[in-house]
Design a protein around this ligand. Structure first.
Ligand code: GLN
Length: 197
C-alpha cells in the first residue's frame, strides 16, 4: 500500500486521513521533514494558506516540500492546498509565498462574499457521475499553462466556467473540499495517481 501523507500543520487533516485509509492507502500526518521523506504521495488540506505557509516555514518544511514536489512527489492540494501548490497567486496581496510546482494562477477567496461558501454538483474529468462539491471561501484557477489539464469547471451561476480542478503530471488540485461527506472518488483519483507514479 502506498504511504500517503497529509500535511498536518493546520486545517482539516483528519477527514483526509480517513478518506485515504478507506481507499486502502497507509495515511500518515506530516509535520516534520522525516515524515515527508516517508511519503509516496502528499495531500495538502484546506485551511488558511497564509497561516499554513508561515507554519511550514517555522517547522522547516517549506524547502523540503518544494524539493519533494520538484522531485516528482505526487501531491494533491484542496482549497488552501491548491493555493499552496500554485506557482502564482493573484489576489492583490503581495508576497504570499507558496510551495509551487503547479503551473497555474489562483485567485484566493475568488467567489466573493455573497457566495463565499456553497455546494454544487460538479462533473469531473475521469468520473462518471457528478461529485457534490463543497466550496468554502474557495480559490478558483485564473489561468493555466499548456501542460495543465482542466478536470472541472463551475457549471452554473455567475462563476460558471471557472476552473476548479486541475491536474499536471503527478500534481492535482481542487478548489473544493472532497474530504467533506462520504464520497471518496476524488481521493481515489489521487491514490491511483500515486500508485501509477
Ligand atoms: N480562503 C482560504 C485561503 O485563502 C482557503 C479556504 C479553505 O481552504 N477552505 O487560504
Amino acid at each position: 500500500n502506498p504511504t500517503i501523507g497529509v500535511l498536518a500543520l493546520q486545517g482539516d487533516v483528519r477527514e483526509h486521513l480517513a478518506a485515504l485509509r478507506s481507499l486502502g492507502a497507509d495515511p500518515i500526518s506530516v509535520r516534520r521533514p522525516g515524515e515527508l521523506a516517508a511519503c509516496d504521495g502528499l495531500v495538502i488540506p484546506g485551511g488558511e494558506s497564509t497561516t499554513m505557509i508561515k507554519l511550514a516555514t517555522i517547522f522547516d518544511l517549506l524547502e523540503p516540500l518544494r524539493e519533494a514536489v520538484r522531485g516528482g512527489l505526487p501531491a494533491f492540494g484542496t482549497c488552501a492546498g491548491m493555493i499552496m501548490l500554485a506557482d502564482r497567486i493573484e489576489d492583490g496581496a503581495t508576497g504570499q509565498e507558496t510551495i509551487g510546482g503547479l503551473h497555474i494562477t489562483v485567485r484566493r477567496n475568488a467567489f466573493g462574499r455573497q457566495v463565499d461558501s456553497f455546494e454544487e454538483d460538479l462533473h469531473i474529468e475521469g468520473l462518471v457521475d457528478p461529485v457534490r462539491a463543497v466550496f468554502i471561501r474557495a480559490p478558483w484557477v485564473e489561468a493555466v499553462d499548456d501542460d495543465v489539464e482542466v478536470l472541472a469547471q463551475v457549471e452554473a451561476g455567475p462563476a460558471a466556467g471557472r476552473i476548479v480542478a486541475v491536474r499536471q503530471g503527478p500534481l492535482m488540485a481542487t478548489s473544493f473540499h472532497p474530504e467533506v461527506g462520504s464520497d471518496d472518488r476524488v481521493h481515489g483519483m489521487f491514490v491511483d495517481l500515486v500508485r501509477s507514479a
